[in-house]
Write a protein that binds this ligand. Structure first.
Ligand code: ADP
Ligand code: ZN
Ligand code: ZN
Length: 730
């Protein structure tokens, strides 16, 4: 008989890049199980990674674990291996990576059991309900509608009904009348039939090989029906295998009730959402449903890439270019890039969809690693509208809007349609300036101006959240003549409401949607279809399908042309194309106006005349010349501290250590440099950039460097972190 290894290696949620030894109980819990242990005097839930008989320090000091939480491994072997791969690749402590992968309840050590949650209860019609003649519930409209809905779909989850505004009273009343009853299974679900695909959609769908790994870039114009291809791709995968599951990742602001509803109409209660708006119980339950295989279609944002899946068959990443797939703090991973790794390990296809592919995706398509599928036509009646440039020199008198834009808005709402005004700046005005001495109000903690907000009236730093009442006098010369400069969404909203006083103006930005449900309420209002003017930030840019919007006005994107970040132009091109794509998506043709002071800028001209594809090719050619990603690989070592010298010193040390390391690959080191915003939130920030032509070479090299850095004594209050494949160069 084999003697069991005496130690367990446990990953703990602490920021240390190592595992911890504990004495193994008999029988020892399998890898992937949680155990409760004492660490530095605290009780922590950790995850068993392996058993070992190796221990290179005093074995007498090794403590036993306190309890075993899971009798079965919580994380199946393939998922654990995937998360370990991710932690290695991003040089993150495994304990932190595992934290990111688990819902809060499981992190804290709750039992891995479905918790009672009335909102997940399924409901179906009784025989009596099925036979109910229409008009029978004349006196309670909502009850009649609920019956009708169930007659269409067969079965519904209470959470879904609640999201559609049905009340608990209506549910109870129908239950009391014995017209509906709780259902145990969703077998009676009847999905909406699929649309007939056009030939481009059909070609794309047929190209996807469901039997093995492959990456497909679904490069389709806004409104070309990518979502329909996803839906039918999933339907095929599910039809192939009665247990198959599909995982769909969407950007943070893309997981709207409208999106979910679209998937639910097709796949019913087997659709499970995993996102931050769920409460802990819902998240736990959905995670377990994915793990058990009960959930067939799992839709979530970034962290859903770590969802356990019993029988995965297909992964989809919608809007693959979107920045929100990259986690920007703690465990800094890219869910899109990890999706490729997971699909490969699972030997299943990955579908990346977007109207504006990232240069990474285009490069991979160009080199043949991804199969490039194109949808060039809108699925609906109208082609994407060309973008007309308006010189915005004359916009000053009209709070940022040119007379041409105002005329167009008047025409479109006059014709009974909706107009969308895009402005990527919230608040009332980005700067408050003294008319007498020109002094501008700064944030005391950052190298940044304070934004003036009217509602409520205050000054706000968008970088560190510092807030203060508006100044009555200039800090510098005491003059009372303070003037807001420039316009944010609040100011545009105010101006448009005054100018078009008969038309509702709906502002959609982070401030107007702070409360739970407020975004849905605003979007519902747009969907009612009455003429209105939408004013908003990039929350409006992506994924929404507003059939009545025929005019899009884009204000002030010039900063993208002159950005210090090498990705600035790429992002600008994506944003313009996405926002413009909101116009004319249904039966009325669209019009797009772009206000710019630099309308003749060659990059802008290229985008407007040749389209995003050509524009992106040109950017890619330039990256090839300058050897920037995706033609080279980058990593950033960032350090920050209340004292600039301390942060700089860490990076100096890092650079000196780095220079002593051997590498067969050329590693180019740049810095330490101040971050784009050197001072933020009372901390001074610096970076050291590493660049190499070999991803693997860079990774090995950084692994060694981090090993050395981890041993350095660093002054208290100084933090450093590594960012692999950084998306923000700040
Ligand atoms: P995308 O995801 O590419 O932006 P959507 O999938 O949202 O596009 O499709 C845009 C609109 O076109 C939707 O209203 C959708 O119902 C419709 N649509 C998509 N495919 C078809 C099709 N094959 N036939 C008819 N309408 C379609
Ligand atoms: Zn002054
Ligand atoms: Zn600040």
């Amino acid at each position: 008989m084999m003697t069991a290894a005496p130690y367990l290696l446990v990953a703990l949620p602490v920021p240390l890049r190592r595992l911890f030894h504990y004495l193994a109980p008999t029988p020892a819990p399998a890898p992937g199980s949680r155990v409760r242990v004492t660490f530095a005097g605290r009780a922590l839930a950790g995850i068993v990674i392996a058993s070992t008989d190796q221990c290179d320090f005093d074995a007498n000091k090794i403590k036993p674990i306190d309890t075993i939480i899971d009798s079965q491994p919580l994380l199946p072997e393939p998922l654990l291996a995937f998360i370990r791969w991710a932690a290695d690749y991003y040089h993150a402590p495994l304990g932190e990576a595992l934290q990111a992968a688990l819902p809060a309840a499981l992190r804290q050590g709750s039992a891995a059991e479905l918790k009672n949650d009335p909102s997940s209860q399924l409901w179906e019609l009784t025989e009596e309900g099925q036979g109910l003649p229409s008009g029978a519930l004349k006196r309670s409209r909502r009850q009649a509608e609920l019956i009708e809905k169930l007659q269409q779909t067969g079965v519904c989850r209470w959470s879904e009904l609640k999201a559609e505004g049905y009340s608990r009273e209506a549910l109870r009343a129908l239950g009391d009348k014995k017209l509906i009853r709780p259902a145990r299974e969703a077998t009676s679900f009847r999905g909406e039939p699929p649309l007939t695909l056009n030939s481009e959609q059909q070609c794309a769908l047929d190209a996807i090989g469901l039997d093995s790994f492959g990456i497909y870039l679904l490069d389709g114009t806004t409104g070309s029906g990518k979502t329909e291809v996803y839906l039918q791709g999933i339907a095929r995968a599910l039809a192939n295998d009665p247990q198959a599951q599909a995982l769909v990742l969407v950007p943070e602001i893309g997981l709207t009730p409208q999106t979910l509803a679209r998937f639910r109409r097709r796949f019913g209660p087997s659709v499970c959402a995993v996102h931050s708006a769920l409460n802990d119980t819902e998240r736990l339950n959905n995670w377990l449903r994915a793990s058990s295989g009960e959930a067939r279609v799992i839709i979530g944002t970034r962290s859903a890439i770590f969802t356990p899946l019993a029988n995965p068959a297909l992964i989809i990443v919608d809007e693959e270019h979107d920045g929100s797939f990259k986690q920007q703090d703690g465990f800094r991973y890219s869910a899109r890039d990890l999706a490729a790794v997971r699909a490969q390990k699972l030997n299943i296809p990955l579908l990346l969809g977007t109207a504006t592919p990232s240069l990474e995706a285009l490069h991979n398509a160009r080199t043949g690693r991804y199969q490039h599928l194109r949808l060039t036509q809108r699925a609906t009646a109208n082609p994407t509208a060309p973008i007309e440039v308006i010189d915005s020199q004359s916009a000053k008198e009209h709070q940022g809007l040119t007379p041409e834009a105002l005329n167009a808005i008047e025409q479109h709402i006059g014709a009974g349609n909706q107009a969308l005004v895009f402005l990527n700046r919230r608040g009332f005005a980005p700067v408050l300036q003294c008319r007498d001495c020109g002094h501008q109000l700064n944030c005391p903690h950052c190298d940044a101006k304070l934004t003036l907000h009217r509602n409520p009236y205050h000054l706000h730093c968008h970088h560190c959240d510092f807030q203060r009442p508006p100044a009555k006098r200039c800090e510098s010369c005491q003059s009372p003549r303070l003037e807001p400069l420039g316009a944010g969404t609040e100011r545009s909203e105010e101006y448009l409401s005054q100018t078009f006083s008969d038309t509702p103006v709906i502002r959609i930005d982070r401030d107007s949607t702070r409360n739970k449900g407020s975004l849905d309420a605003l979007i519902d209002k747009v969907h009612e279809g009455e003429p209105c003017i939408l004013v908003g930030t990039q929350m409006l840019a992506k994924g929404h399908h507003f059939p009545k919007v025929t005019l899009v006005v884009i204000l002030d994107i010039d900063s993208g042309l002159f950005s210090a970040d090498f990705r600035g132009p790429e992002r600008m091109g994506q944003l313009i194309t996405q926002v413009a794509g909101r116009a004319g998506r249904a039966d009325q043709p669209g019009q797009v106006l772009l206000q710019s002071q630099h309308g003749d800028h060659p990059l802008l001209q290229l985008l407007l005349n040749q389209g995003y594809g050509q524009f992106a090719q040109a950017l890619l050619d330039e990256r090839e010349l300058t050897l920037m990603p995706p033609l080279a690989f980058l990593a950033l070592l960032r350090a920050d501290a209340p004292n600039p010298g301390a942060a700089m010193a860490v990076l100096q040390t890092a650079r000196e250590l780095a220079e002593t390391l051997p590498s067969e690959h050329q590693i180019q080191i740049l810095g330490p440099l101040p971050a784009l915003m050197e001072k933020r939130g009372q901390r001074f920030r610096y970076l050291l950039q590493f660049k190499a032509l070999s991803r693997r070479g860079l990774s090995v090299y950084l692994g060694q460097l981090i090993g050395l850095l981890d041993q350095q004594k660093i002054t208290r209050d100084t933090r450093w972190a590594i960012d692999i494949d950084p998306q923000e160069m700040s």
